[in-house]
Design a protein. Structure first.
Lengths: 295, 308
């Protein structure tokens, strides 16, 4: 803004503008500093993943040298007959599969707890709710012992099946079903002769859809972050999720230095789809979290 | 999340809609909806908890030094061992120290960022919200690997810092990990607090504005008290998370020799089970789960009393 324009304005407005700018400076500065804090490690990862291993140590860690990202990716994919791709696929199955199926199960249970009166309803709800306070890591060891009783450790199912259970999802589903599925609608569907199960799939799940996305996201993160369960349960490298795989490589970096580059490229590849998905779905986090308050 | 929990009491299902005795009408619908989850919950939640308790009452016995190990009932022997186990209680002390510092810092930053986003003083809110949330998509293991490299003296872009202080030394490594956890979770906690700020109806502020209250005054006297339930709940989840600390220290073991195999309680559980000594590991698990429950419950109670 030029001085001429400023001078043309009444003094009061000018003063108000000046205070407004002064008021904004500090908040914007704080935001800028934290943006740098949150994004620098990601930026560093991206830059690091694009460098050859000599340049990784010899050039500025926060700026590009020769852009070798695609060479690095093909090295990573080729390493040990493509075990990294296998890990990515496993992660998709463990995390995505368990979250998808787990969301459906939690939605059904929470919906029944919200919409039907039956004996033992409150008991079931309270038991499930106290399950929320039991940390998933506390279950990993006993789960291992149980699975070893039936000789089922070190299998896909030993990680997948326990990951299906998400008490917090049931809890959220009950709240959301109460808030978004009116009883009158269910009554009308009954009069039309629609069965309860059919009504759930055709009508109620549609009304609950944004909530289901939120439950899915919570579930997804919980499984994705559960490190102890696969760590304890799995010994066959080909069953590892990508987090466990990269962790094992990272522990071997001192013996096999070439792994360092692979860990960095692998870390970048495994978080990129998630970062994109999270950002696209972010409104569901907010909507879902706010849902209780809107009521 | 907090709002959800706190409004639960009001959100009870409509009791009038379904009169008693009508349950018959639903036929098989209720079991159809409840049993699939219920079965898995019993198998993979309740059963393991019960099994851990039973297992912790056993003890490993060997006939001679090289004889086969057998598990025999030992009563509370394992619990006695847990209570006499110095490193375990040291690790509990360590994560408590970690929590006492890290949780308030993390939630303090999350609260300030949420208030700033909500204050109307910040332009480009959408961008900042997204930027702060990005780290939450990074799982703990990968975040720890990334920061481990960033802390390493010869690779780090923070050379000016890492050449002076070794962030991976015994004195600093706990706080180096605190930074990793903070980095991942600030954005998530900020989003929870921010969404409960958005839920406050604007009329609430109008009276304050008429009285000439400034932005800081409004934040302190109106906004913070109103989002207190959100803060309490994020605190409880953070306490649970802190006591369960595993991925970060486990990863840091390859960056720093200062992180021992009993550095946190969960690392103790893991290394005890790899010996293998399952009864003792189960007893550690049970004590840890109980400690977690007591602590988060006590915190909830304490804050509720404060409200009155």
């Amino acid at each position: 803004m030029t001085t001429a324009v400023k001078a043309a304005k009444p003094t009061a407005v000018k003063a108000a503008k000046a205070t407004a700018i002064k008021q904004r400076t500090l908040p914007m500065l704080v935001m800028a500093v934290f943006t740098v804090y949150f994004l620098t490690p990601i930026w560093w990862l991206f830059v690091g993943a694009s460098k050859s291993s000599e340049q990784f140590t010899s050039t500025n860690p926060l700026w590009f040298a020769d852009f070798d990202l695609f060479t690095n990716i093909s090295d990573l994919v080729a390493y040990r007959e493509g075990v990294f791709l296998r890990w990515l696929l496993n992660s998709v199955l463990y995390t995505g599969g368990a979250a998808l199926l787990g969301t459906l199960l939690a939605a059904m249970c929470g919906y029944a707890l919200a919409k039907y009166r039956f004996r033992g309803r409150e008991l079931i709800f309270n038991v499930v709710l106290s399950g929320v306070l039991v940390p998933a890591t506390a279950l990993a060891l006993p789960l291992f012992l149980i699975f070893s009783k039936v000789d089922a450790t070190n299998t896909f199912w030993s990680v997948f099946l326990p990951s299906l259970v998400n008490p917090f999802g049931v809890y959220l589903a009950r709240i959301y079903a109460t808030a978004s599925v009116p009883d009158e609608l269910l009554e009308a569907a009954r009069i039309d002769g629609s069965g309860e199960v059919r009504t759930f799939f055709k009508v109620s799940t549609r009304l609950m859809f944004p909530a289901l996305v939120t439950i899915f996201l919570f579930h997804f993160v919980a499984v994705w972050n559960n490190f102890l369960l696969p760590l304890i349960m799995l010994s066959d490298e080909r069953l590892f999720p990508v987090t466990l795989g990269l962790y094992t490589w990272n522990t071997q970096v001192n013996q096999i230095p070439e792994l360092r580059g692979l860990v960095i490229v692998g870390a970048l590849l495994s978080i990129t789809p998630l970062v994109v998905a999270f950002l696209l779905l972010q409104r569901f986090w907010r909507n879902g979290l706010g849902a209780g308050a809107v009521k | 999340m907090t709002q959800i929990l706190s409004t639960d009491i009001e959100a009870k299902p409509d009791e009038t809609a379904a009169k008693p005795g009508r349950a018959v009408k639903y036929g098989w619908a209720v079991p159809f909806f409840v049993v699939p989850f219920g079965l898995l919950f019993v198998l993979f939640y309740l059963l393991p908890i019960g099994y851990a308790i039973v297992q912790s009452l056993y003890t490993v016995e060997r006939t001679g030094t090289f004889g086969p190990a057998r598990e025999v009932f030992g009563g509370l022997v394992q619990y006695q061992r847990v209570f006499e186990n110095g490193p375990f209680w040291e690790s509990i002390g360590r994560v408590l120290l970690f929590g006492v510092v890290q949780v308030p810092v993390m939630l303090g930053v999350a609260l300030i960022l949420a208030l700033l986003l909500d204050s109307g003083l910040v332009k480009g809110r959408r961008f900042f919200r997204l930027a702060f949330f990005v780290p939450y998509a990074v799982p703990g293991v990968i975040a720890a690997i990334m920061w481990g490299f960033l802390y390493s003296p010869n690779l780090s872009p923070l050379k000016s810092v890492t050449s002076v202080v070794d962030l991976l030394s015994a004195d600093f490594v706990l706080w180096a990990m605190a930074n990793v956890v903070t980095w991942v979770y600030v954005g998530y906690n900020m989003l929870i607090i921010y969404s409960s700020l958005l839920a406050i109806p604007t009329e609430v502020y109008e009276a304050a504005k008429l009285d000439g209250a400034g932005a800081i005054r409004v934040a302190w006297s109106i906004k913070i008290p109103l989002v207190m339930p959100a803060i309490v709940l994020t605190t409880v989840f953070s306490i649970i998370g802190t006591l369960q600390l595993l991925a970060e220290p486990q990863v840091f073991r390859s960056f720093s020799s200062a992180v021992t195999s009993t550095y946190t309680p969960n690392l103790t559980v893991y290394s005890t089970s790899s010996i293998p000594n399952f009864p003792l590991a189960a007893a550690f698990s049970v004590v840890l789960a109980l400690a977690t429950f007591v602590l988060s419950f006590a915190f909830l109670k304490a804050t509720q009393r404060g409200d009155r």
